[in-house]
Design a binder for this molecule. Structure first.
Ligand SMILES: Nc1ncnc2c1ncn2[C@@H]1O[C@H](COP(=O)(O)OP(=O)(O)O)[C@@H](O)[C@H]1O
Length: 289
């Protein structure tokens, strides 16, 4: 059974079964994805065996850490979809569906949407992807609660969980500097970060990620990127989502990655720890060509 259908079924069961019960019931039926001969669709890390599907990776990390940026870059590199539950929620917000107002209030206060709603949105997204022949994924923003993690772990095999980490004062500055082009949807950041060394935390600088000229007049700020709401989101992350890190750490799937700075310093380093540096060489060559 496809993953979307499994998630849906779990959601509809009167009492969600334990992860091992779901696993034994459903896992055997999941590996029916088509074979793809492109090596970039195979799990690339830790010398894992090749699989007949794209990678199934998860990005964890506080709001503003850069999950979207690195997940999207890796998804382009590996040919798997980047699925951000925050984007799914924001799409729902702009629709005129009955959920929209209810979701808007929750999101704008920096609170988490219910597991049921999130799994529903994710199932729909996976279903659409499966219909288009997508294989594998990089999840960003899911799972964010232990219950979501247990359901996901019982539904399919997650190969790797990348936990991005950054100083909290820098996270706040990054969130406040975030801008989105209302026309093309591009993500930018106007913050110029220059954090000094403090209480053992290393100094860190990050150049702004400025938009091209044609986007400049169309930049908007997310309603939940105000100082008060970002602080609430960070508090909720520490409360609800940090235990998810422990969940995957205990299963030997967590790769901790301390971001050394902005994209120019962090991207090559990340590719190196993922054993994907050969792709970086390809990127450099195609940039020169
Ligand atoms: N897995 C999830 N569980 C519950 N709520 C979620 C989830 N993913 C996204 N949301 C909702 O969407 C909002 C925006 O998510 P996201 O774009 O991932 O923000 P962040 O920048 O905080 O990582 C969250 O604050 C929350 O209200």
């Amino acid at each position: 059974m496809a993953m979307a259908a499994v998630l849906n079924r779990v959601l509809r069961s009167p009492s969600s079964p334990s992860s091992s019960a779901i696993a034994s019931r459903f896992l055997s039926s999941l590996s029916s994805s088509p074979t793809n001969s492109d090596p970039r669709r195979f799990s690339a890390s830790k010398g894992e065996e090749s699989k007949d599907r794209g990678v199934q990776w998860v990005f964890l990390g506080c709001p503003g850490v850069g999950k979207g940026t690195y997940a999207s870059r890796l998804s382009n590199l590996l040919g798997v979809p980047h699925i951000a539950t925050g984007d799914l929620v924001r799409e729902e917000l702009t629709s005129s569906g009955p959920l929209a107002q209810q979701l808007k209030d929750i999101v704008n206060q920096g609170k988490l949407v219910s597991d049921e709603i999130i799994i529903n949105l994710l199932s729909k997204r996976l279903e659409n992807g499966e219909a288009k022949g997508e294989s594998g994924f990089i999840l960003d923003g899911f799972p964010r609660t232990i219950r979501q993690a247990v359901i996901l772990e019982g539904t399919t095999d997650i190969d790797l969980v990348i936990n991005l980490k950054l100083r909290e004062d820098v996270l706040l500055e990054k969130c406040l500097g975030r801008r989105i082009c209302s026309q093309c949807g591009g993500n930018f950041n106007v913050a110029s970060i220059n954090a000094k060394e403090e209480n053992g935390k290393p100094a860190m600088s990050m150049a702004p990620l400025l938009p091209p000229a044609h986007c400049t007049s169309k930049l908007i700020t997310r309603a939940d990127d105000t100082e008060e709401v970002v602080k609430e989101r960070l508090r909720i992350y520490n409360d609800m989502s940090q235990p998810v890190e422990d969940f995957y750490r205990g299963r030997g799937k967590l790769l901790e990655f301390d971001l050394p700075g902005g994209i120019p310093e962090s991207w090559p380093k990340l590719l190196e720890v993922l054993n994907l540096d050969e792709y970086h060489e390809d990127e450099k060559k195609s940039a020169v060509a």
